[in-house]
Design a binder for this molecule. Sequence first.
Ligand code: UDX
Length: 432
Amino acid sequence: MKLCMIGTGYVGLVSGVCFADLGNEVICVDNNINKIDLLKKGKIPIYEPGLSELVIKNYKNKRLTFSTNLKKSVKESDIIFICVGTPTKKGGGSADLSQIYNVSKEISSSINKFKIIITKSTVPVTTGDEIEKILSKRNNKKNFSVVSNPEFLREGEAIRDFIYPDRVVIGTNDKRSGRILKNLYSPLISKGASFLQTSRRAAELIKYASNAFLATKITFINEIANLCEKTGINVEDISIGMGLDKRIGSRFLRAGPAYGGSCFPKDTKAIISTADKFKTNLSVIKSVIKSNENRSKILLDRVNQILNKKIRNKKITFLGVTFKANTDDMRDSSSLKMIPYLSKKGAIIKYFDPTGYKNEFSKLKNVICKSSIKEAIQGSDLVIIHTEWNDFKSINFKNLVKSKKFIIYDMRNIYSSTKIKDQGFKYFSVGQ
Ligand code: UDX
């Protein structure tokens, strides 16, 4: 089976290279010539641990090729994965599906034998139906099958998540496609991944419902953390106590800043918009979005309180600015709300992120990127641990900066409050 991944962004590139590594022939297609040229040289446009090595290895052994020619690549392939972006529409909450439909039109004129067309991008319920309509205009329905196969890859863990998924979801009522795709994923299923075949619409909704549920879990514990702060309780105890109940589970119960990234904020809005279309009120998810949007304000109020309402001229350090560790992704990171706010209030901000300088802060007054933790925290009044990079997990603050004692606000609850306080630092964390 020859595979074609359309779109070499996060989803397409990771899935394409992993499929190639499993022994398949894969063509990764993108309309961005520069991106394809870079990939051919082994240069990876995104930061993802392990990705570069896999791309180089599979490109060298010729199982992985890159192309800008969509039509030719589709003609040569049996299974086509659509992996283009579905960003939030400007001025609304729904997903912008223009890239999906444009690609579908191009595919439509390249169907020369039976092909399985798969949406791997996150697409609202009924998108598969629309793609099928587009393809039917020029092609006999016997020559293609439109399937939903959502991805559940976390940034920073994407390769591992691809190889060891909890489940593989295939949305199709077509027996032949179901069989072919089960076979394609058999190396992962034999390692323990659950295989679930559903209707196409159900598979589309499984992806949105999963992300909305995870966002709800995080938001829930963040609100409980607010109550813990007022009642002298440690939210970590609550997470453990709740997580031990197998019906709840311990993952995604870590309190911290607002959730961010390329998926949760976009997908929670999109599922609301789909539900609106079908006259259904998803009130729980609506309040999750609202609560998450207010989260940065709550944490900034705490900063204000920690600094006795004197932010002006205070030297504040951010350790980590990306939305989570092991990624250079800044999309919807809470630092994008916090740093501009503090800069506007007159703070002098230094930040250090293992993925380096961020353009997002280039126009802000008194915001400087530093190239080491030490440089970033020297002379600081307040050090905010914003992202849970391993680099920040065992800093010896006392040894690193001898002269001045600063306050630490650990937004990821990495450190033990007693240990840090024993070193003579004032320490604040979330939900404690
Ligand atoms: C997510 C989903 O996990 C993945 O399955 C989907 O396909 C894409 O979206 P990703 O956005 O890469 O993946 O990151 P994830 O690890 O899920 O974290 C999302 C956000 O939630 C981050 O801002 C993270 O810091 C936050 N988070 C996560 C918490 O605040 N607490 C937690 O306990 C877990």
